[in-house]
Design a protein around this ligand. Structure first.
Ligand SMILES: C[S@@+](CC[C@H](N)C(=O)[O-])C[C@H]1O[C@@H](n2cnc3c(N)ncnc32)[C@H](O)[C@@H]1O
Length: 405
């Protein structure tokens, strides 16, 4: 079992604000309590029991309501709950699959199969062995998981960027937000959650196929959500199939707290939308390259729009590998105290293994029981890849924060 203190801000050099997220079985518990957990940065060989967390979390955060631990519920039709199945080895995901649970369904992969009936009735966050004996982590997808794995038409706004945009737009529950275009519906879903049941999102999309897909992705998420949660996902997004450039008249009576634009030539939409943005309100514009950023700023300047460019941001997200150093025989390496002024040949016989061990079914055995804090050296380095759109080699997506002044 893991004490809550394990999840903490790290003080390793090179980290900005980094939060470790212990993945196995905890996501839905932590999310349902709004704990400040962000990314999966490391996993461990953890045996976590949900019930252990309830008194700890409730005591620490002074929560009076009961935990919302809803097991996977059987449904005979195809509209069951969403389940995310993952195979992880060497601290990386080798397989990730999102599907809907049905009584007769079966999850097939080259790691073996798992009948849905084995998942139904269980709490999410379980390890199940496939028919080939490979451990499969089965859990409820977070909104970020869903958005990354749902069917896509146009490119989505990437969740790492959406989360920052929501903060910078200062969106609160109860707000009214304008979005254009709906695209695949990724941004719409995050906006829907941010404004909550009292708020409203109005999302314009010019293309019929994208409009239909955004609506479908939104509906699928809501339908699956209500099966596995106590409260409903708000039905607060109005998807409108219309060119935003022709929507000035329709929007006349609405004042927006914020505007999110992710479309070609957003500078053409600004003169239409800014009169409905509240004074001091924020418009976030998501752009694919620097040429578009320049075009946008030039459009604002030449049209003399009362919009102040507050920030132009490219978000870089690095994930880190942190693991104990192991010897070649896979035993944990002991910490060696630094010695000063000692000329010594480097040891030839005890090479340390820097290859990663499998997360699941590793060979630590009982040795970890005798381990005490600080006795084992750790490797800590960023992974060589970055989270972002696959196409961009030098520049990821950029967003601009405009203030209506
Ligand atoms: C990159 S996608 C948006 C993706 C969306 N943010 C998401 O997260 O799924 C851009 C969308 O803007 C739409 N679009 C372009 N011009 C538009 C306009 N004038 N009015 C409404 N939608 C428009 C496109 O059809 C496309 O679906």
């Amino acid at each position: 079992m893991v004490p809550l203190e394990t999840i903490q801000h790290s003080s390793l050099p090179g980290f900005d604000v980094t939060i470790m997220f212990l993945q196995i079985g905890l996501q839905s518990v932590l999310e349902s309590h709004c704990l400040p957990i962000s990314r999966v940065l490391t996993t461990g060989k953890l045996q976590v029991q949900h019930l252990f967390w309830e008194p700890v979390v409730r005591h620490r955060y002074n929560m009076s309501h009961p935990m919302k631990l809803v097991p996977y519920t059987p449904r005979s039709d195809a509209a069951g709950e969403l389940v995310l199945a993952e195979v992880r080895r060497r601290r990386q995901r080798e397989f990730r699959h999102l599907c809907r649970l049905t009584v007769l369904g079966r999850l097939n992969s080259c790691w073996g199969r798992v009948d849905h009936s084995r998942i139904l009735g269980k709490l999410p966050g379980q390890m199940l062995a496939t028919s080939q004996g490979v451990p499969l982590l089965v859990r409820r997808p977070s909104l970020e998981d869903y958005v990354l794995l749902m069917k896509r038409g146009p490119t989505i706004s990437y969740p790492k960027d959406i989360k920052a945009m929501l903060l910078l737009m200062d969106i609160h529950p109860g707000d009214t937000v304008l979005e254009s275009g709906s695209g695949s519906g990724a941004m719409s879903l995050f906006l829907s959650r941010a404004v909550g049941p009292q708020g409203r999102v109005i999302s314009y999309e010019i293309r019929q196929d994208h409009h239909a897909l955004a609506k479908k992705n939104y509906r699928l998420w809501r339908d699956a959500w209500v099966i596995g949660h106590v409260e409903e996902w708000p039905d607060n997004v109005d998807f409108i199939k219309q060119d935003i450039l022709t929507a000035a008249e329709d929007m006349k009576s609405v004042t927006f707290d914020a505007v999110a634009l992710d479309m070609l030539d957003p500078q053409t939409a600004l003169p239409i939308v800014y009169p409905n943005l509240k004074q001091g309100g924020v418009c976030a514009v998501y752009l694919a390259n620097i040429t578009q950023v320049i075009d946008l700023l030039q459009g604002i300047r030449t049209s003399k729009l009362p919009l102040l460019c507050e920030q132009i941001i490219e978000l870089i997200q690095r994930e880190w590998l942190i693991k104990p150093v192991r010897k070649k025989d896979s035993r944990l390496a002991p910490r060696v105290e630094a010695q000063q002024n000692v000329d010594e040949e480097p040891q030839q016989d005890e090479e340390y293994l820097v290859q990663e061990q499998a997360v699941i079914g590793g060979s630590e055995g009982d040795e970890s029981l005798s381990e005490h804090v600080g006795s084992v050296p750790y490797i800590a380095r960023p992974y060589p890849w970055q989270v972002g759109h696959t196409g961009e080699k030098c520049l990821d997506r950029t967003f601009i924060i405009l203030n209506f002044v």
